[in-house]
Ligand binder design. Structure first.
Ligand code: ADP
Ligand code: MG
Length: 238
């Protein structure tokens, strides 16, 4: 497990600044949801934590160590995307095992970890199947399994449920919540869905045009929105 610290984090693409200085100290095991409308900078913020975007200024710290110049693979994080990004020619087992094989994890350890994750995610009957033989929800579970087996210090999720239909989204949301209770891994979870944010978050960051308008526990944000934007987005009067 790990803490994550963002200090006056900024990002520009060319001359355009899109993240205007975000500060937060995330505690060990905390589930942080970054919520806000399309284009407000959620993915960019997450990708800087992952090391998939360079930091223009400010600092990303993981467990007290500045990681601005550390490669993604060296950051002890695992990321789950909305498009799953599974390997179509590999079985479910091999998709989940892939990162561990690259990291030269012993075969018996790989088998143990994949079996554990498959059990947790109800994927045991599907380990020999190819991704195209699975439903959308099962594919998303495989993507999560691939992250879990790596036992990262930090999970990063970028709208992992947005390609699923509404019913499945609700079910998967509950499953993610249960997993979080079980694993307690520090997580940053991006969504444009305020209901998802309210249900999952220990604390939420409400983003508006590259600014963290408010950071707080869902009920505090709901009861006491600090800006008109937050009030409108979360759905209660300012
Ligand atoms: P969100 O994930 O909240 O929808 P993004 O982080 O994807 O928002 O984008 C934030 C802003 O940064 C948008 O205005 C987007 O157009 C811009 N942006 C994102 N990635 C790039 C890029 N690689 N080059 C130029 N502009 C980008
Ligand atoms: Mg995005």
């Amino acid at each position: 497990m790990a803490t994550v610290t963002l200090k006056n984090l900024r990002k520009s693409f060319g001359k355009t600044e899109v993240i205007h200085g975000v500060d937060i100290d995330i505690q060990d095991g905390e589930f942080i949801v970054i919520v806000g409308p399309s284009g407000c900078g959620k993915s960019t913020l997450l990708r800087m934590v992952a090391g998939l975007e360079t930091v223009t200024s400010g600092e990303v710290g993981i467990d007290g160590r500045a990681v601005n110049d550390v490669e993604p693979m060296e950051r002890d994080i695992a990321m789950v995307f909305q498009n799953y990004a599974l390997y179509p020619h590999m079985s479910v087992f091999d998709n989940m095992a892939y990162g561990l094989k690259i990291a030269k994890t012993p075969k018996s350890e790989i088998e143990t970890r994949v079996a554990q994750a498959a059990k947790m995610l109800q994927l045991e009957p599907y380990l020999a199947r190819k991704p195209r033989e699975l439903s959308g929800g099962q594919r998303q579970r495989v993507a999560m399994g691939r992250a879990i087996v790596r036992k990262p210090a930090v999970f990063l999720f970028d709208e992992p449920l947005s390609n699923l239909d509404a019913k499945l989204r609700v079910q998967m949301r509950l499953e993610i919540k249960a997993l979080q209770r079980e694993l307690g891994v520090t997580s940053l979870y991006v969504t444009h869905d305020q209901v998802e944010a309210m249900t999952l978050a220990d604390r939420m960051i409400v983003m508006n045009g590259g600014v963290a308008d408010q950071i707080g526990a869902p009920l505090d944000v709901y009861a006491d929105p600090q800006t008109a934007f937050v009030a409108g987005f979360i759905g209660s009067p300012p």
